[in-house]
Design a protein around this ligand. Sequence first.
Ligand SMILES: [Fe+2]
Length: 284
Amino acid sequence: MEIRPLAPAVGAIVDGVDLAHLADADLKQIIAAWDAHNALLFRGQSLDNDGFIAFARRFGELEHAPIMENGRTPVPGYPEIYVVSNVKGPDGKPIGSLGAGEAVWHTDMSYLDNPPDASMLFARELPPTGGDTWLAGMCAAYDGLPPDLAKAVAGKRIKHDGTFNSGGYKRAGVEVKDDPRESVGAYHPIVCAHPRTGRSALYLGRRRLAYVEGLSLDASEALLDALWAHATRPEYCFAHRWQVGDLLVWDNRATLHRRDPFDETARRIMHRTQIKGATAPIAA
Ligand SMILES: [Fe+2]
């Protein structure tokens, strides 16, 4: 097994390992790399649904997949697997979520009090181009905060909105409010301590309908704009171009991610699992 960084601020690739037959010693090295790099890429993996779930469980207890935009459970018999796809089934309805459009920068499900610690994507079918997944390292982004921004965020919390998903679709059963202070969501500290490593990380969630507690709306918008511009600077980012058999896992407590759009007439099928949040985000 060989582990190399993908980018300075986030991610490492783990070569020479078959995740369907993972030795305990290899898992130990993988978890150490996970703590150091906050995202890991494994290529050329052959995993069936059981194998994918078994590997995901090595990182912790799994969430059940959210109900999709069409109100269905994505993979019959595997409630832990969520399908991210633009493909339509025989009934003409999408087999998964998020379509083919851009998914804007976010961290998964931060509108919950106890968001998932990690998310795992496994590429089953891909378009010839497009659909790259971008990661941004929030430990490095915190470390690189200019002093005025560091001072402005100290001790503050953000309201993380739960009205829309990252593809811009409204979540089922949620009422749209224009004022972020009135919409559904959860408050979390802007600077969180990673529960495993103790490192400080920016925890931003998503930009749309976010609100910095205690500020006027205008002041909140200005601070959020400055924070997001900083956190997504190119030096903190890595763009992953997918191959079938890639498995990418990222730590929601220490990264943001987004997705490039792709040709809607092409097929893309990704399977996702999520590791339950062991704790609510902790202030640094
Ligand atoms: Fe996501």
